[in-house]
Design a binder for this molecule. Structure first.
Ligand code: ZN
Ligand code: ZN
Length: 420
């Protein structure tokens, strides 16, 4: 038996890094006022078709949708923003002036699997609901850049754009449509089909023809209405004051319909074409479109698989993240009781301990300790037992010390501090 195509196991060597990525995110985000929300994995299909948009790739061909036993249309969530907004409205979180949420977990999209892209993929997402101030956009992006720096990504690049609002975007769409109309033959089939409905899609289409045809396409930023222009200026102004560098990228429209005004992507090194490690933007109309009160929002999602690729290729994490293994060998029945007590004491002290309770020669146990990558082997034989000590052997150097029972934890802590 094998896992489904596009689905994969996160094995211990990688999951230590994942845990680190997640816990650092939650730590940093909480200093900016975010709290965790845990969302269901299944939602009504309608939630996504109404929010992400009927004409998008996600809704048209990437969702895992099915009917349950009652015949209700359900979908494995392809992203977290729409469920977060649904929960925000349903639980009346809007009674507070601003709500900041983060979440993590698997998302599902039926895409062609490739490096860093799976059909079940994991995101860390965050949403600020209830604040239109450009400060929110800038501060949240700054938080993200800071977080990346903390976990070891120093050369992340921020691309930013504005998609305007329902006042100024229709005019831009018309102009873009006129522009694309003259280049229809160069567009891919997909874009030709949906250009009337959503000409913006052609801007982020990856097909060669579409990329070339849209090279000199008019840009949204030049067509922003006064309030949208001022908002965008506010965002870039705050970013500069926060010392965050950005690249204005007028082609970046994101693959979801709910975005308004600010959109952004952060790209990381060592990923090739699939180099986006986080993306997001403002969605000021989504809450009201889904039946809630008028609520301006800003959010983003981080792709765990790609982040993990970047970090394992630059950081050499993995091994250093999982705590060192101590191998405790109890030799001979009379030593067992004391050995078990000492092992319990070590585990209570936070040490990671593997054990072997053996009779006779310790040779096999030592081999096992070596294979497990133990840094220290602690031996309690009958000799040691009679003296009230354990023998501690450093595996790398074969150096051996005798440590009295009562001093073991202190001794190990001091040695570990030296190691770190
Ligand atoms: Zn506008
Ligand atoms: Zn295309």
């Amino acid at each position: 038996m094998k896992a489904i195509r596009g689905f994969k196991d996160i094995l211990p060597a990688e999951s230590a890094l994942w845990r680190h990525i997640e816990s650092e995110a939650f730590r940093v985000f909480s200093t900016y006022g975010f709290s965790e929300i845990r969302l269901p994995i299944l939602e009504k299909t309608e939630l996504f078709s109404r929010s992400i948009g009927e004409g998008t790739d996600i809704v048209e061909k990437e969702m895992y949708s099915f009917k349950d036993r009652r015949g209700d249309g359900l979908t494995l969530r392809p992203e977290g923003t729409a469920p977060a907004v649904r929960a925000y409205i349903e639980n009346k979180l809007h009674v507070k002036p601003v709500t900041k949420l983060y979440y993590t977990g698997p998302m599902f999209r039926y895409e062609r699997p490739q490096k860093g892209r799976y059909r079940q993929f994991y995101q860390i997402g965050a949403e600020v609901l209830g604040d239109a101030d450009p400060k929110v956009d800038a501060e949240t992006i700054e938080m993200l850049i800071k977080y990346f720096r903390i976990i070891g990504i120093k050369d992340a690049v921020l691309n930013i754009n504005s998609l305007g609002c329902s006042g100024c975007r229709p005019g831009y769409k018309l102009e873009l449509l006129r522009f694309l109309g003259a280049r229809m033959d160069s567009l891919c089939e997909n874009c030709q089909r949906r250009v009337e409905e959503n000409p913006l899609r052609a801007l982020d289409c990856k097909s060669q023809g579409c990329v070339e045809a849209t090279e000199d396409a008019p840009s949204m930023v030049d067509q922003l209405c006064r309030p949208c222009f001022e908002h965008f200026e506010g965002v870039t102004g705050f970013l500069m004051q926060l010392d965050v560098n950005y690249v204005l990228n007028s082609r970046m429209v994101r693959g979801l319909d709910y975005y308004t005004r600010t959109t952004f992507e952060i790209t990381g090194p060592n990923l090739g074409a699939q180099n986006t490690i986080a993306a997001g933007g403002r969605y000021d109309k989504l809450v009201s479109e889904l039946g809630g009160p008028d609520t301006p929002c800003f959010g983003f999602a981080i792709g765990m698989e790609r982040l993990s690729i970047v970090l394992s290729s630059t950081g050499g994490f993995g091994a250093s993240l999982s705590s060192p293994i101590f191998f405790f060998v109890s030799m001979g029945k009379p030593t067992r009781k004391k050995a078990m007590a000492l092992v319990a004491e070590m585990r209570d002290g936070g040490f990671r301990v593997e054990t072997a309770y053996i009779e006779g020669s310790p040779k096999k146990a030592m081999k096992r300790a070596d294979k497990l990558g133990a840094v220290y082997t602690i031996i309690l034989g009958e000799d040691e037992l009679s003296k009230g000590v354990v023998s501690v052997k450093e595996m790398a150097t074969a150096d051996q010390s005798f440590v009295p029972y009562g001093e073991l934890i202190l001794w190990l802590n001091a040695t570990l501090t030296g190691m770190g």
